[in-house]
Design a protein around this ligand. Structure first.
Ligand code: UPG
Length: 470
């Protein structure tokens, strides 16, 4: 790491997770050691008055180190088109530009990784040159480790594969190591609002900023009440030994505790990963711990070459940014409205956002179309046929269907749809055949349609798509 020029703060953070690994830790947080978090303050109950003046002391930072490999992407996930021609990054950039127009020069930063930096920066240079200066903070890289010996893994065919980003918990080490923390403090910046670049709901909210500033808390996590659909992300809990609020990520939960992890009436709040951090206190905490924040280790088991299951078996040591809640005494959490959490994790989310069920507000936030009556359609696409963005795009090459009057859309098997398909009420489409089936462009209301016997599209992809009557 020294030879690669990696900053001492990142080396210390890695040493900390590595020594956890060596001491036999698994990174799991057992159910027996935690209890549900106490009831949290709700956004509606904030009493502080919104104050735009605080923006001059605030930086907005988006985590942008991830590639979206889970959705089959091989460049920065934020460069995926999500609405019309706009990518996540377009919308985030437009949000910042609109905020600057309304309130003055709010600072904006991205934490890029070695995998996302080039694409992201060339996109910004071409499309949003006014945002480029000082926007990038490059995150660190750490060695992948052999699963048996814990020695650095090797990949002679592609040495880049020997390294991985250490998770978004690297935010703190990157802030220190890049000198950005000191520079921000010197510029009078005191408050940092951080969020995932794939969460377009996490716009600047003056009530939250005013509440955070007035609370004097060092750290605040925005949580949402969990529903059946939120069983995956990290949940808030209280450590039994010292009543400290902690975050338990799904990767920190052993198989035998998975049912309790998913118990949404017990663990009511999940982490949206929208965090607020007091930079002056962050500096104090980092100094107290000797140059880094000792975050709990997350162990990820992978292969050194992600595209080759037979390559060396490795461990990737990561940390999560929200886990720092346990390192700040006086850290708090708040329940925010669902509108602050609009992530795209699966093609189900993407088709919904791309459809007419969502509109883009004047300040470039995705908003549920008022015609939906306050409830987003529930979309459940076949996870084998629509796992990757490329698969979804093949099936919607002639546009995404209308979902604005749809309550539930379920698709089993591969069905090609177009913008002329209008779904209303509850619609279920089934195709158990091996070949894809094309849905004609018309209205489908409250129906279950089995397309298995319909004429298929055959093994070849047609260049002009004809409507098949059935
Ligand atoms: N990211 C980085 N660097 C890394 C890893 C991730 O910048 O080394 C970025 C990534 O680009 C994305 C964000 O961090 O913008 C979140 O990463 P992801 O791996 O998608 O995390 P999630 O599975 O979304 O989980 C996070 C929190 C979890 C929370 C959830 C809400 O860890 O606690 O519930 O976000 O979506």
């Amino acid at each position: 790491m020294v030879a690669e020029g990696i900053a001492p703060s990142a080396i210390s953070a890695f040493e900390s997770t590595f020594s956890s690994l060596q001491s036999g830790a698994t990174g799991m947080i057992p159910e027996s050691t935690i209890s549900p978090a106490p009831d949290l303050l709700k956004y509606e109950d904030i009493t502080a008055t919104p104050n735009a003046d605080l923006l001059s002391q605030t930086v907005v930072l988006k985590l942008n180190g991830g590639l979206g490999t889970g959705m089959g992407l091989d460049k920065a996930k934020s460069l995926l088109k999500v609405k019309g021609n706009d990518t996540f990054l377009d919308l985030a950039a437009k949000q910042v530009i609109s905020m600057r127009k309304n309130y003055g020069n709010v600072k904006f930063m991205l934490m890029n990784s070695f995998s996302t930096s080039d694409d992201t920066m060339s996109f910004l240079k071409s499309n949003y040159p006014s945002l480029v200066e000082g926007v990038e903070m490059l995150q660190n890289k750490v060695p992948k480790l052999d699963r048996e010996t814990f020695l650095p893994a090797t990949c002679p065919t592609n040495p880049d594969n020997e390294w991985c980003p250490p998770g978004h918990g690297d935010l703190y080490a990157a802030l220190v190591g890049s000198g950005k923390l000191d520079a921000l403090l010197a510029d009078g910046i005191k408050y940092m609002s951080v969020s995932n670049s794939d969460n377009l709901g996490a716009t600047m909210d003056l009530s939250l900023l005013a509440h955070f500033a007035a609370s004097n808390a060092p750290f605040m996590m925005e949580c949402c009440e969990r529903t059946e659909n939120d069983k995956k992300g990290g949940h808030l809990a209280q450590r039994n030994s010292d009543s400290q609020l902690i975050l338990r990520e799904s990767a920190m939960c052993a198989d035998e505790d998975k049912d309790e992890f998913q118990n949404i009436s017990k663990y009511k709040y999940f982490n949206t990963n929208n965090l607020w951090v007091r930079l002056d206190i962050l500096k104090e905490v980092i100094t107290k711990f000797g140059g880094f924040i000792p975050l709990p280790m997350i162990m990820n088991k992978k292969t050194v070459d992600p595209k080759d299951d037979e390559s060396q078996k490795v461990i990737q040591l990561e940390t999560a940014m929200g886990a720092a809640i346990e390192c700040f005494s006086g850290a708090t959490a708040i329940v925010v409205p669902r509108t602050r959490f609009a992530p795209v994790k699966k093609c189900d989310d993407l088709i919904l956002l791309r459809s007419d069920a969502y509109l883009i507000s004047d300040d470039f936030r995705p908003m549920l179309n008022p015609l939906c009556g306050g409830k987003a359609p529930i979309v459940s696409l076949d996870s084998k046929k629509y796992k990757l963005v490329g698969q979804l795009e093949k099936c919607t090459r002639n546009g995404v269907p209308s979902l604005v009057n749809c309550q539930r859309l379920t698709v089993q098997g591969e069905v090609w749809m177009s913008r002329k398909c209008i779904f209303e009420g509850e619609v279920s489409l089934v195709n158990t055949a091996d070949e894809p089936k094309l849905l004609p462009g018309r209205k489908f209301a409250n129906t279950k349609l089995d397309l298995t016997a319909a004429p298929g599209l055959g093994p070849l992809t047609p260049t002009t798509v004809k409507t098949t009557p059935f």
